[in-house]
Design a protein around this ligand. Structure first.
Ligand SMILES: C[S@@+](CC[C@H](N)C(=O)[O-])C[C@H]1O[C@@H](n2cnc3c(N)ncnc32)[C@H](O)[C@@H]1O
Length: 189
């Protein structure tokens, strides 16, 4: 992330937006189960809310410094921060009851890399588990935040098919003024 983006994602304003709007929208009516993975927690404004909501949370991020900071800030028996790549997750098949992704998919360098994240999410889910998340819509202000940074926005019109190709079923994709919300379940078996 560039410095401006990092500062925004760490800010009290973003924490407020995450806790009041983004997390309630993404988790609306979802049962996350007992073992949840978050990919791309960044500075952890989403993570600090999730850790209080679920019995066990693992957060995987590519940025080693951010992972180290999360480890010391949110240390506890129900939380683990892992340095890893969401396109090649270190976790075993069928580990998690839910996989969550908040405002991170556009940081993957290509749609193909995003599709690999979807496949990896499906691989580490238990049968019946849910992959859910959100990302921002492609708007000029959003692009401005990503000068000299990776920015591959998600196209909501193709996202449902892409999630289904990763092996998820009952896929739902909706948008609001700011973002796209998605969810899909691994078949129960
Ligand atoms: C914009 S931040 C998201 C912050 C947080 N989820 C939120 O909503 O506040 C995007 C994060 O995704 C991480 N990321 C990018 N590519 C990744 C990958 N392949 N695997 C894991 N994390 C990745 C970046 O390091 C960054 O911390």
């Amino acid at each position: 992330m560039n410095q401006m983006h990092l500062e925004l994602c760490s800010s009290a304003e973003w924490a407020d937006t995450v806790s009041r709007f983004i997390i309630p929208w993404v988790l609306e009516d979802l049962d996350l189960g007992d073992n949840v993975l978050e990919v791309g927690p960044g500075p952890g404004r989403t993570t600090e809310v999730l850790v209080a909501m679920v019995p066990r949370l693992t957060a995987v991020d590519l940025d080693e410094d951010l992972v180290r900071a999360l480890r010391s800030r949110l240390a506890g028996p129900t939380f683990e921060a892992v340095h890893g790549d969401a396109t090649d997750l270190p976790e075993e098949d069928g580990t998690f009851s839910a996989v969550l992704s908040f405002t991170m998919l556009h940081h993957l360098p290509s749609p193909a890399a995003q599709d690999t994240v979807f496949s990896e999410a499906a691989r580490v889910l238990r049968p019946g588990g849910v992959f859910a998340g959100t990302d921002s819509l492609d708007r000029p202000e959003f692009r401005e935040l990503h000068v000299d940074d990776v920015c591959v926005p998600i196209d909501p019109s193709t996202l449902g098919d892409r999630l289904a190709r990763a092996g998820l079923e009952r896929v739902q994709v909706i948008t609001n003024e700011f973002g796209v919300r998605f969810r899909g379940w691994l078949p129960a078996g």
